[in-house]
Design a protein around this ligand. Sequence first.
Ligand SMILES: O=C(O)C(=O)C[C@]1(C(=O)O)C=C[C@@H](O)C=C1
Length: 383
Amino acid sequence: MTDLLECRKEIDVIDKEILRLFEKRMKVCEDVAEYKIHTGKKVLDQKREQDKIEVLKESAHGEFNELGAQELFQQIMAISRKRQYQLLTKNGVENDTKDYEMVDALPMTGVNVVFQGVEGAYSYAAMRAYFSDAVNSYHVKTFRDAMEEVASGKADYAVLPIENSTEGIVTDIYDLLTEYQLYIVGEQGVKVEHVLLGIPETSLDEIKTVYSHPQALAQCKKYLESHPDWKIVKTENTAGAAKKVHEEMNRSQAAIASRAAGELYGLSVMAENICYNDQNVTRFIIVSAHPVYEKSAAKVSVCFELPHESGTLYNMLSHFIYNGLSMTKIESRPITGKKWEYRFFVDFEGNLEEPAVKNALRGLEAEANRMRVLGNYGQQEEQ
Ligand SMILES: O=C(O)C(=O)C[C@]1(C(=O)O)C=C[C@@H](O)C=C1
C-alpha cells in the first residue's frame, strides 16, 4: 500500500513547482499588459484562448485530464486577464465609466421632478421624502411617460418604484432602464402600509368590487382571499384607485391604497394593516439623464448580457469576488427576441472612484456581451 505521508510530500513538491511556474507566467502576462496598454489592444483574445485550450487538450492524456486541463487553463487565463485589468486601471486607461462625473451633491432645488401616478401615490411620498419642498413636481400616467420626460429634458429627475420587499422587483422598470439611456442617481425607501378605503360610513358587507395596483393587490392577497366574493379590478396605481372610488361615489366600491390617499380623496379606512408583511417597504430610484454620482455614493448598479454558454455567469461574478466587492443583489430578465436568454442586473457595494470597482467593471465590460453601468448612488448603511 502507498503511504499517505509520502504522497503528500510529493504533492507539496509538485505544488511548489506549479506555483513557481504560475508566478513566472503571471510575470509574462504583466509584460503582455504593458504591450496592450501601449497599443490599445484588447485584453481578452478569445481566439488565442480557444487555440491554446485545444492544443493543451491534445497534449493531455485521457478524457478526464483533457477536461481538467481545459478547466485549469481557463482559470489561469481568467486570472491573467484580471491582473491585466488591474494594470490598465493603475495606468489610468479609461473604461466605460469615463463619462461619469463625480459631484459633492446632486442639484436638489429648483429642479423639475416627475413621478408616475397621482398625488397621494407612494411615488409621491418617495418624491417628498427624497427632495426638499423647493422642487417643481408633476405627475404622468405611466412609467414610460416618466422616462420620456427625463430623456427629453423636460424633467431633471424621475422617481420610480423598482422593488418591493414583499412582492419583489417591478419588472417594467428594469426593462425600461435598458431601453432608455438614463442613470440611477439616488434611491429612497418608503414604508408601504395599505388600507382598505371606502365611502364614509360604508360597512364591509356592502363592498362588491376592490380596485388597486397589481402589486398592492398581491401584497394584500391573504386579506383578499378572506373575502372571496369581492371582484378584484386592477388599476394603474393605488392613488388612482382611491380617486376612482371617490369620483364614482358608489358604496359597493373600495380601494387598496395608502392612508394619505384616503385623506386626499375623503375616503374612510375600512380595514387597516391588510398587507401580510408588516415590513412592507418599496424602494424607489431617482433617475437622471446625466451620468453623475455623489462622492458618498456606495452602491453600483450594472446590467449585462451573456453569451449562451456554460460558465459565463460564473465568470462574470468572479470579477466581483476577485476584487473583494460585495454583491447585494442579482436579478435576471428575459431578453426580448432571444428565447431563453437573459439580461442580468447586479447591485454591489462601492464607488466608481475605487480601483477595485474600476477593475471589476473593466472585466465585465470586456467579457459580457453588453454591459452598462446604470448608476452609482445610495449612502453607506449606518452600522
Ligand atoms: O496572449 C494574450 O494576448 C494575453 O493577454 C495572455 C492570455 C493568457 O493568459 O494566456 C490572457 C488573455 C487573453 O485572452 C489571451 C491569453
